[in-house]
Ligand binder design. Structure first.
Ligand SMILES: [Zn+2]
Length: 407
């Protein structure tokens, strides 16, 4: 297998989480009687450009099935984040009713709705039809498509290029990162800006967030690597911010290589920080697996011990993170009896691999578990507030990553 960016032969393993089913292939009761497809969940790091990437595996429609697509507007924290961003960027780039904003993977219009409110022309590009429909209902122009070089070439025929291109949590999910970068270059106006947000590999390594590894997540990115990729495609990163979202993300600001934007000191400062954290040293990457194993084992030990004492354990959030952890740890419904999720499309189904039933939150109130494990730890504050009533019967929250925490 070769590096998806620079084609160097990949020989260094970053993490091996054995086999697991696609994280969104929830099962019906009937499907529990059938065989389930498991794919290897293995990451490599490129010795040359340090792009951490998923091993090739046989692609299946199952991995990209859209039945359980995530609606961004379901999370209040995320909406707040989007609103703040729009305020900030409108002022920073001096966007007006003459500007053009394009968001890639615009989901249900959770972000573009705030541009619409400011009368700034915007367009969403979104491959999944049910979220695209939800965006259109908000009055947001949305094209149902994957963002590729071919799409960009066709789009710009007779149309205005973008003054601002936004991509939140999409860069890591594209299978062909080179094609994506080339498409960005094509769609961007001469003096336009691209902002991309993606989980920061440095945080993933620092906090051993191995449960953010799943099949749909192709690349795990540092500023160092994104900088090299952009440079290769005639783009230049001129500013970067560290954000607390998704366990620690980066927001990079990029422009055409020869555009006027001045490179700010934030870029060199963060590149240096990554170097200090060992991100330019292969041995740092090779320590990751042992840390992941320790977290997995501590969590498993906790569950076994509590179960032995007759405690009741449930969970909240049927998210990809939970599935990675559960399947790597081999946890089944005898240890965690059910998981609650707000999405009605998941309720009544079973988690892939672990077969833990997904139920409505009401079940927590009826069952009164001693422990509620929170899988989406990146929004744990929001969930703890929402479920604060478990304290009435002495219930406690459990978070497994980056280390076992009981609150
Ligand atoms: Zn490479």
């Amino acid at each position: 297998m070769k590096c998806r960016f620079c084609s160097t032969e990949l020989t260094s393993k970053f993490a091996d989480l054995a086999n697991s089913p696609a994280s969104n292939s929830f099962l019906t009761e009937e499907q529990l009687n059938k065989a389930e497809v498991f794919y290897p969940l293995r990451l490599f790091v490129c010795d040359k450009c340090y792009l951490v990437q998923i091993d090739e595996y046989k692609k299946s429609d199952e991995i990209f099935n859209n039945d359980y697509v995530y609606f961004s507007s379901f999370s209040r924290t995320w909406l707040e984040h989007a609103k703040k961003y729009v305020e900030m960027i409108t002022e920073k780039l001096d966007l007006t009713s003459q500007s053009k904003v394009i968001e890639i993977a615009s989901n249900d219009g959770y972000l573009l709705q705030y541009f619409l409110g400011k009368q700034i022309p915007c367009l969403g590009i979104e491959p999944s039809s049910n979220t695209a429909d939800a965006a259109r209902e908000k009055g947001i122009e949305t094209i149902e498509a994957f963002f590729t070089e071919e799409f960009a070439e066709n789009y710009i025929q007779g149309r205005k290029k973008a003054d601002l291109i936004i991509g939140n949590n999409v860069l890591a999910h594209v299978p062909d990162i080179n094609d994506f970068a080339a498409a960005l270059k094509i769609m961007l106006n001469d003096q336009g800006t691209i902002t991309l947000e993606f989980p920061h590999l440095m945080q993933l390594m620092e906090y051993s967030q191995f449960d953010t590894i799943y099949h749909e997540h192709f690349s795990y990115l540092s500023l160092h690597t994104v900088n090299i990729i952009f440079d290769h495609f005639g783009l230049r990163i001129y500013d970067v911010e560290e954000l607390p979202t998704h366990g620690g993300s980066l927001r990079v600001y990029a422009c055409h290589t020869h555009a006027d934007q001045q490179r700010l000191s934030s870029v060199d400062r963060l590149l240096e920080k990554e170097k200090q954290h060992g991100l330019l040293d292969l041995s740092t990457y090779q320590c990751f697996q042992a840390k992941a194993n320790q977290i997995k084992n501590n969590f498993l030990f906790f569950l076994l011990e509590q179960k032995h004492q007759g405690k009741k354990i449930a969970a909240y959030g049927a998210a990809a993170k939970g599935n990675t952890l559960l399947n790597y740890a081999g946890i089944k419904p005898d240890l965690i009896e059910f998981v609650c999720d707000a999405a009605p499309s998941k309720q009544g189904k079973f988690l892939p691999g672990s077969h833990i039933p997904v139920v409505n939150e009401r079940k927590i109130k009826e069952y009164k578990p001693d422990y509620v494990v929170i899988f989406p730890w990146n929004i744990k504050e929001e969930i703890m507030n929402q479920l604060s009533y478990i304290k009435d019967w002495g219930g406690q929250f459990v978070v497994a990553v980056p280390e076992l925490e009981i609150v």
